[in-house]
Every structure is written in structure tokens, then in C-alpha cells.
Design a protein around this ligand. Structure first.
Ligand SMILES: NC(=O)c1ccc[n+]([C@@H]2O[C@H](COP(=O)([O-])OP(=O)(O)OC[C@H]3O[C@@H](n4cnc5c(N)ncnc54)[C@H](OP(=O)(O)O)[C@@H]3O)[C@@H](O)[C@H]2O)c1
Length: 253
């Protein structure tokens, strides 16, 4: 359970090597989190991240294997994690791939990989996570969506479509869980400087993993349903969302 000041005590991160996720975990540890489980593709390669999180304080930090593409394993995996580690105040769904959009337009398998990871994988692990959170009767599921979910751009519509699906799933799940004690928060960052975007020129309103982490922690405190990072993107996207198609399609990038 969250402590008397409302701070998260325990967190499960799906996609635990994500830079945004690790910044969030560091912020939670500063706020006295005591238990962190990083679900990652390769626990051995995550040892450095685990050690650095352990170094900061007295938290119990563990890494467990998880692949978003192995949907058939998700129910068992989630049940094992909750059975072994107990309740979680927070589950952060952070995994995702950007893909190479030009390749996605040429090669259906590349496009499918983006959708299978960002959407299908998220639904297949999100359903058992929601079951366990509902059963424990408390906790938050935080889902890293994107501004790309709000309106798909021609430059990355496969990624945008995968995030739109994820975003809709998370919103619907949040409504389904209303009254259960479980809270779902959708986070829509713009361009964040991480390894995912290292090869790209920064977009307007570019931000950092630490700023996203801060917005997540603040959003959890006020039980927000939707968090934009930076906040101005809420207004920007409200305008872009309503532009006529012919105008929207001429926006570069
Ligand atoms: N960076 C941005 O501009 C931005 C903006 C909006 C939203 N987001 C979203 O925020 C989330 C985190 O992104 P980030 O910027 O922190 O990028 P990141 O550092 O590249 O993190 C992405 C994470 O996804 C994991 N992952 C990829 N495929 C996976 C799979 N099949 N199974 C399990 N894990 C898998 C990666 O694991 P490995 O270490 O094994 O590769 C990595 O930990 C993503 O969902 C992303 O779409 C990012």
C-alpha cells in the first residue's frame, strides 16, 4: 500500500530498461519506494541498472525475464511475479518500439513487430495485470502512450496506430476498473531524448526522461487520468487534432 503520505512503496516495471521507466523508478526511490521489480527482456544485461538502483538506498530491486512478444506466457508470468513479490502500488507499462517507419511501409513483418509489441503485447500483459490489481483492490497502472496516439501522422502512422490502440485500451480499462480501488493513468509524452530517439532530430517541445518521471509522480499524487509531457502538448494536440485533413497532411515530419 502507498505510505501515509501517498508515496508509492512498490513498483513493477514492464520494460524495465526503458530510460523513462528508470528515471521514474529513481524518482520513486527518492520518495521512499521499498520494492522494485524490473521485467526485462534480458535480466543479465539489466544488472547494471539493477545495481545502480540498489546503490541509492535500501530498496529491494529485482529483475525478471519478460518479452512483450511472448503473449502466451503473460498470464503465468504476471501471476508468478505477484505471487512471489506480493502486492504492487504501481505497475508501469513502459516497453515499446518506435520502428523504422520507411521499413514498416515496405515490409509488413516490420510493421507487425511494432504493433505486436506496442499494442498486442500491452493488451496481453495488461489484462492479467488488471486482474491482479483488481483482486488486491488498490494500485495504479501507468501506461506510456504518446502524443502520436492522438492523431496519426504520415511520417510514423504505424507507431501512431499502435499507440492509439494502446491508449484506447488503457482508457477503457481505467473506466472498467473505476470503483475497484485501481487507477489507470495514461501518459502522453512528446519527443523525449532517450535511446529510442537518439538517431532523430529533436521535435518541438522535446523533453527529458526526468521531466516525464516528475510528471508521472505528480500525476499519481493527484490521481490524474491523463498526463501530457510537457503539459503544453495538451493544447497543441487539441488544435492539431481538429485541423482539416488536407492541412494536417501538409505538416512536415
Ligand atoms: N522517447 C520518446 O520520445 C517517447 C515519446 C512518447 C512515448 N514514448 C514511449 O515511452 C516508452 C518508453 O520509451 P523510452 O523513450 O524510455 O525508450 P527506451 O529507453 O528505448 O525503452 C524502450 C523499452 O522497451 C523495451 N522493449 C522493446 N521491445 C520489447 C519486448 N518485445 N519485450 C519487452 N521489452 C521490450 C526495451 O527493452 P530492451 O532494453 O530489451 O530493448 C526498452 O526497455 C515506450 O513505450 C515509448 O513508445 C517514448
Amino acid at each position: 500500500m502507498r505510505d501515509g503520505l501517498g508515496s508509492v512503496q512498490s513498483a513493477l516495471v514492464l520494460g524495465g530498461t526503458s530510460e523513462i521507466a528508470l528515471a521514474t523508478v529513481r524518482a520513486l526511490l527518492e520518495e521512499r519506494a521499498r520494492k522494485v521489480v524490473l521485467a526485462v527482456r534480458d535480466p543479465e544485461n539489466s544488472q547494471e541498472a539493477v545495481d545502480s538502483l540498489r546503490a541509492g538506498g535500501s530498496a529491494d530491486v529485482d529483475a525478471v525475464p519478460f518479452d512483450a512478444l511472448r503473449s502466451e506466457e503473460h498470464q503465468t508470468l504476471v501471476d508468478d511475479i505477484f505471487d512471489r513479490h506480493g502486492d504492487f502500488d504501481l505497475v508501469l507499462l513502459a516497453f515499446g518500439v518506435l520502428g523504422d517507419h520507411a521499413e514498416s511501409e515496405r515490409d509488413p513483418e516490420k510493421a507487425r513487430l511494432v504493433v505486436d509489441t506496442n499494442f498486442t503485447g500491452a493488451v496481453s500483459v495488461g489484462v492479467p495485470v488488471a486482474q491482479r490489481l483488481r483482486a488486491q483492490g488498490h494500485g495504479a497502472l501507468v501506461v506510456l502512450s504518446s502524443v502520436a496516439a492522438e492523431r496519426a501522422r504520415k511520417a510514423n502512422f504505424v507507431y501512431g496506430a499502435s499507440k492509439a490502440g494502446l491508449d484506447a485500451f488503457a482508457q477503457g480499462l481505467g473506466d472498467s476498473l473505476a470503483g475497484s480501488g485501481v487507477h489507470v493513468m495514461v501518459v502522453r509524452p512528446g519527443f523525449v531524448r532517450t535511446k529510442m530517439t537518439a538517431h532523430m532530430d529533436a521535435a518541438p517541445f522535446a523533453t527529458t526522461p526526468e521531466a516525464v518521471a516528475e510528471a508521472i509522480v505528480a500525476g499519481l499524487r493527484r490521481n490524474a487520468h491523463t498526463v501530457w509531457v510537457p503539459g503544453v502538448l495538451r493544447v497543441v494536440m487539441a488544435v492539431l487534432r481538429h485541423l482539416p485533413r488536407g492541412v494536417f497532411r501538409r505538416i512536415p515530419g
